[in-house]
Write a protein that binds this ligand. Sequence first.
Ligand SMILES: Cc1cc2nc3c(=O)[nH]c(=O)nc-3n(C[C@H](O)[C@H](O)[C@H](O)COP(=O)(O)OP(=O)(O)OC[C@H]3O[C@@H](n4cnc5c(N)ncnc54)[C@H](O)[C@@H]3O)c2cc1C
Length: 473
Amino acid sequence: MKGASGRTGRPKHAPRRARFAQRRADEHGSPITFGEPGRSPKSRKEPVHVPHVVIVGGGFGGLYAAKALRNAPVRITLLDRKNHHLFQPLLYQVATAGLNPAEIAAPIRRVLRDQRNVQVLLAEVTGIDPDERTISSTAGTFGYDFLILATGASHSYFGHDDWEALAPGLKSLEDALEIRRRVLLAFEKAECCAPTPEERAAWLTFVIVGGGPTGVELAGTLAEVAHHTVANDFRVIDPTAARIVLLEGIDRVLPTYSELLSARAKRQLERLGVEVRTNAKVTGIDPEGVSIGEERLAAKTVLWAAGVRASPLGQWLGAPLDRAGRVKVTPDLSVPGHPEVFVIGDLAFLEQDGRPVPGLAPAAIQEARHTARNILRTMKGEPRRPFRYVDKGSLATIGRNAAVADLGRVELSGFVAWVAWILIHVFFLIGFRNRFLVLFEWAFSYLTYERAARLITGAPPSKVVLPEPASRR
Ligand SMILES: Cc1cc2nc3c(=O)[nH]c(=O)nc-3n(C[C@H](O)[C@H](O)[C@H](O)COP(=O)(O)OP(=O)(O)OC[C@H]3O[C@@H](n4cnc5c(N)ncnc54)[C@H](O)[C@@H]3O)c2cc1C
């Protein structure tokens, strides 16, 4: 099969019958075998087939899978619709003007430039035909011997997709910059263009929906921005009067942590000046605020940090999905009926000891490395091994000197957890330059409360409302 670019997964000269026999063997569950490594084409008088591994997604799953195959006798094509790998755990720092986009992202092409067996393509995958073993993309159609799908997840608005424009979520750099724009603009509008105290209060009320780690991070940091960073920068408004309201539908924030850590997180948030409202289910969002049942909360800025929906690519496999659209994979992380297709990271659903493997970066990285090992085992004719997630603990930051850490037997909160959070996040950032810059920005911000990236960008100039000349004295 040829694509727009004329690329195909297998060499054109590969014997058709051999490929057919291979496919039949795969369909019947036999191990997939390839040309024996070590024997040259000359000695066997037939071309050695170099298996083609197509990886979709250059996030934690896709990037680490490609890296784990760096010494493997395979040819890899990695496709991503973005040209950069994004360190999502620090997105909230871009959204709250603490870091610049380039400090938490790196071009995938640069990260993999020394790995000779991989080609990186900027392309969006638009279809998968698992029976034909092809994927279609904006860069053409590709055949594959092994496919690794790692396209992650995005927000779910629980059937209210119309809320998306009113309450942006945080998943990409574009989302983070839009949130930054709305937050900084809200202070400007309150200063220049809010004639009544009610309107000023609405501009200075920031509602975050969802009390998971992202909601908690956003709320804590926004409180710091309002109560310290911009506290002395305005003449009409008092930014320290801003309300930061965190709404959570169930009875505690950080529900994946223990009840003790949830309670401590709530206390730390309140100390930072966040109003934490639990058992508060949002029933409506409009440009003027949110409804919680009968109650009305006037707020011009609403941010969404609840609900996850898996990337739509899983639907094209014809495999069973869970309620969030994640692919229910077999224990070796392949798709039922298609041992050559692996799904990893946030797109995969696998239960371990009665609980789903969490949608976290370490899980995606471990799955990526495990899949690379299973591909090599398959190529050698060895049986695959089931995946087992090793939980090394989880951390959530809340704000300055405030975090919680669940390290299995040890639970930490406050300053020690916060330092642990900083060290781990800096360690996992891609590239020395980014690590250095982020540490520098944080140290500067810690000492001064200043945030380096307080720029309002992205809004059409006509939409930035300036004060009427008459209102100036
Ligand atoms: C705001 C936020 C904070 C987080 N904080 C933490 C944290 O503190 N700790 C932690 O462990 N985890 C955290 N996570 C979760 C963690 O980031 C994810 O678990 C991890 O990124 C999953 O990796 P992945 O490879 O499955 O998907 P992703 O990293 O999301 O990568 C998916 C990639 O696929 C690409 N893609 C998608 N669709 C297509 C397509 N059709 N064609 C081509 N390319 C496509 C995307 O561009 C993207 O590069 C956070 C997530 C978010 C959103």
